[in-house]
Design a protein around this ligand. Sequence first.
Ligand SMILES: Nc1ncnc2c1ncn2[C@@H]1O[C@H](COP(=O)(O)OP(=O)(O)OP(=O)(O)O)[C@@H](O)[C@H]1O
Ligand SMILES: O=C(O)[C@H](O)[C@@H](O)[C@H](O)[C@H](O)CO
Length: 178
Amino acid sequence: MHFVFMGVSGSGKSSLARPVAERLGLPFAEADAFHPEANIAKMSAGVPLTDEDRRPWLLSLAAWIAERERAGEHSVMACSALKRSYRDLLRGGAPGVRFLHADGSDEVIAERLARRTGHFMPAGLLASQRAALEPLGADEDGAVLDVSAPVDELVERAVGLVRAALAGQGGAAPTARR
Ligand SMILES: Nc1ncnc2c1ncn2[C@@H]1O[C@H](COP(=O)(O)OP(=O)(O)OP(=O)(O)O)[C@@H](O)[C@H]1O
Ligand SMILES: O=C(O)[C@H](O)[C@@H](O)[C@H](O)[C@H](O)CO
């Protein structure tokens, strides 16, 4: 199974996904590291990416998932995966792709983005990220994490969800909480 922490910029995907992968000893991919230079330059200049900009990037991430699948490994990824069509591309990588949506109010996320340093993504792009975001549909495998809680607590919760999904493989999957 492949667990993708999704959400808008600054929602805390990376802060959660990385420790979850470490705790469970699973391979981890940070989707930001897969962007071509042109995408990074665009975002750094405060210009939102288009579907066309994101497509090759999402396909490279799906390829990473497919490699883990071929290796017989579970995996964890941090990737915005804002639209359903983007998640469809990721789901193309392997049969068992599930999404954990790091979700929070604009107020909470904007405040975290304003405080974050050393990252290419300007806080001003939050509005466009929000506009693009399509929450998980009822028919999409996944769960929602309310990111107003402290990181440690959220990591604990996410580890629990991943463990439960892995234990129930072939059985019940964690279902979306809204
Ligand atoms: N639950 C939390 N409580 C307090 N601060 C948090 C929490 N989660 C993340 N942060 C902080 O908020 C900022 C954004 O988190 P992070 O970089 O993980 O988000 P992200 O969704 O991966 O963003 P991006 O997509 O832009 O890379 C960071 O400075 C991080 O330390
Ligand atoms: O789809 C996108 O617009 C991008 O993935 C962005 O979300 C960033 O890569 C990331 O959030 C910035 O840190």
